[in-house]
Design a protein around this ligand. Structure first.
Ligand code: ATP
Ligand code: INS
Length: 357
């Protein structure tokens, strides 16, 4: 595994800005929510990271930038992890949902960046070591030199490809560039995990990238696949009633990181990624998780995982599926089914369906 030594107490560093998401259908605004991968990621990590021995949540530092117009300072995630304030306005995206039924692999929405806050510079990061880091930019704010600094500070770095390969045309529409042509490419050998959606995967060159780090390709309702040097695995999804796909990939990555913190192998940790990806699509915007659901998930993990050596804190990663993989899937699936039944019976938990007319 790649990264710097040190990083006690499994403290994590999340780098990427919160943003404003405006959801549109047929030109009409159907929702306005807190967005930004950092918001979804910290929401999951705060909820499901294993408690440290002394009984406190595994600590998390979020480095994010917003403008004075930021509308969600008192929402749970930014309130727990306040952003840095800038003169520039908050990053803002318009997500135009299409009326055509989206397939698992086709884009379900057109994203347009309408405002961009300042980039996050290396000097914005705290000057200390972390057990792990997540580079989760949405609008190019995680500069190559910032990612390099994260790699120096963190024992293991997990990267969302959307932080590296997004480009914006004159109208702000999100396009992709090939990773190989970017200044981030040379940093790949020092990254532990690179997550891409199936739409982004062709731009990162899975066959080349897997020689340097473990690549995880998320496949919407079909779950995900992991590719490492010498092996690959498919990890099955969980049931979900999708109302808004925003943040699925972010929540996946955080669930995956939490799985590593719990001591799961990468393939087993991807189950927790799929679980929280499915949970994210069942809500509009950043979900408020049901406390009973979280307790059930933690009880399952406590019962199944020998947490003596969290995978993320070691010098190498175990990628392989363990003997208890299927059992873990079944147990988590039971919780997911209970939750989606509850959602169908009681659609009043603030959920409106963005995905269908
Ligand atoms: N409809 C769904 N049903 C169940 N699980 C889903 C569904 N959609 C997404 N997921 C879960 O979330 C993960 C991430 O989803 P996806 O591949 O759509 O990411 P993404 O395109 O990066 O998402 P976004 O950009 O909307 O955050 C999937 O691997 C899967 O585990
Ligand atoms: O809030 C969302 C979310 O973080 C998505 O992962 C990202 O693709 C979008 O750009 C952002 O608006």
């Amino acid at each position: 595994m790649k990264g710097a030594p040190g990083g006690g107490a499994l403290e994590g560093l999340v780098v990427g800005s919160y943003c404003h998401d405006v959801l549109l259908r047929g030109g009409r605004v159907v929702g306005e929510t807190l967005g930004g991968a950092a918001a979804f990621v910290s929401n999951v990590l705060d909820a499901v990271s294993p408690r440290a021995e002394e009984g406190i949540e595994a600590p998390l530092v979020v480095v994010s930038k917003v403008g004075h117009d930021f509308a969600y300072a008192s929402a749970p995630a930014p309130a727990r992890h306040p952003p840095l304030l800038c003169a520039a306005p908050t990053t803002s995206f318009h997500a135009q949902f299409s009326d055509a039924a989206a397939s698992a692999h086709a884009p379900d929405r057109e994203l347009r960046r309408v405002c961009a806050c300042d980039p996050i510079y290396p000097a914005d990061l705290p000057d200390r070591r972390f057990a792990y880091g997540l580079a989760v930019g949405v609008a190019g704010e995680v500069l190559p030199e910032t990612l390099e600094r994260m790699i120096r500070l963190c024992r293991a770095v997990l990267v969302d490809a959307q932080a590296l390969i997004r480009a914006f045309d004159g109208e702000g529409a999100v396009r992709h560039v090939t990773l190989e042509g970017t200044p981030y490419a040379r940093l790949l050998p020092r990254v532990a995990f690179l997550k891409a959606s199936s739409e982004e995967a062709p731009y990162i060159g899975v066959e080349t990238a897997r020689r340097w780090c473990c690549v995880i390709v998320t496949e919407g309702r079909d779950g995900c696949r992991l590719y490492w040097d010498g092996g690959e695995a498919r990890v099955a999804p969980f049931p979900a009633v999708q109302v808004d796909p925003t943040g699925a990939g972010d929540s996946f990555l955080a669930g995956f990181a939490a799985g590593l913190l719990w001591g799961l192998s990468a393939t087993d940790a991807a189950l927790l990624g799929n679980y929280f990806g499915a949970a994210a699509v069942s809500h509009v915007g950043v979900p408020t998780f049901n406390a009973k659901m979280l307790q059930a998930v933690k009880t399952i993990l406590e019962g199944k995982v020998k947490r003596c050596n969290p995978c993320i804190n070691g010098t190498t990663f175990n990628f392989e599926r363990s003997n208890m993989h299927d059992e873990l899937h079944t147990s988590l699936q039971e919780v997911a089914m209970l939750m989606s039944e509850k959602q169908e019976i009681d659609p009043a938990n603030g959920i409106g369906d963005i995905c269908s007319t």
